[in-house]
Design a protein around this ligand. Sequence first.
Ligand code: IPE
Ligand code: IPE
Ligand code: MG
Length: 250
Amino acid sequence: MKYTSSTTEVPDAPAVPRHVAIIMDGNGRWATKRFLPRVAGHVKGVEAVRTVVEACARRGVEYLTLFAFSSENWRRPEEEVSLLMRLFVTALDREVSKLHANNIRLKVVGDLSRFDDKLQSMIASAERKTANNTRMTVTVCANYGGRWDIMQAVGKMVAAHPGAGDFTEEQLAPHLAMAYAPEPDLFIRTGGEQRISNFLLWQLAYTELFFTDTYWPDFSIESLDEAIASYQHRERRFGRTGAQLAEKTS
Ligand code: IPE
Ligand code: IPE
Ligand code: MG
């Protein structure tokens, strides 16, 4: 597979982002605002996932990446963590056949070794079942951290080149957890915070960033279209000047 990096080549910007990556934030506050337990926000958040997966597939997005659980989310109260795990199991159970019927491939990336055996085997079987689907790839980042990803890739890279002292980006990139996908074109974070929270650190180098105050459970097809419309108005220069880009396209 050829490695194309945002830092070396200017890909032609498609009208619809090929790869959309989302930090789905604000579930807890959505619930608290309604005097509901935080859990209710997570349950409602699963519905928003369904809506966005379907809308992205219809719009021709090729890769949709969703941050579901970060390496740092283990710091939450045990009750919330275990509920999130149970929700994950239920969602996998319910949604995988639908994804498969819609020709959607599911990938789960992160340090999965920390999940219990049942969840790990459900993930493996969901990935196996949908492996050859071609319409869109949905990646769920679970127990994922950008620093974890870079470190595990470094470990594999060093092992693959014994004795080597100098390495290149091209040697590292194939070992990143999402090496099968191009770098994200559009990043969306809901819930009002403007930070990366250890999401895809390497891959977001030249991604267009879109932040919205909308809480994730309220994120709708219209919200998605607003983010895509904003992306369509950006000029992606990748370090070059605007005039150089005009020349390239004329
Ligand atoms: C995002 O919503 C879901 C996860 C991190 C699992 P939050 O649970 O972070 O919601 P807020 O940010 O507390 O509102
Ligand atoms: C980021 O949200 C992780 C996910 C959405 C899975 P957090 O709610 O954990 O992020 P912080 O703690 O506010 O940065
Ligand atoms: Mg949050």
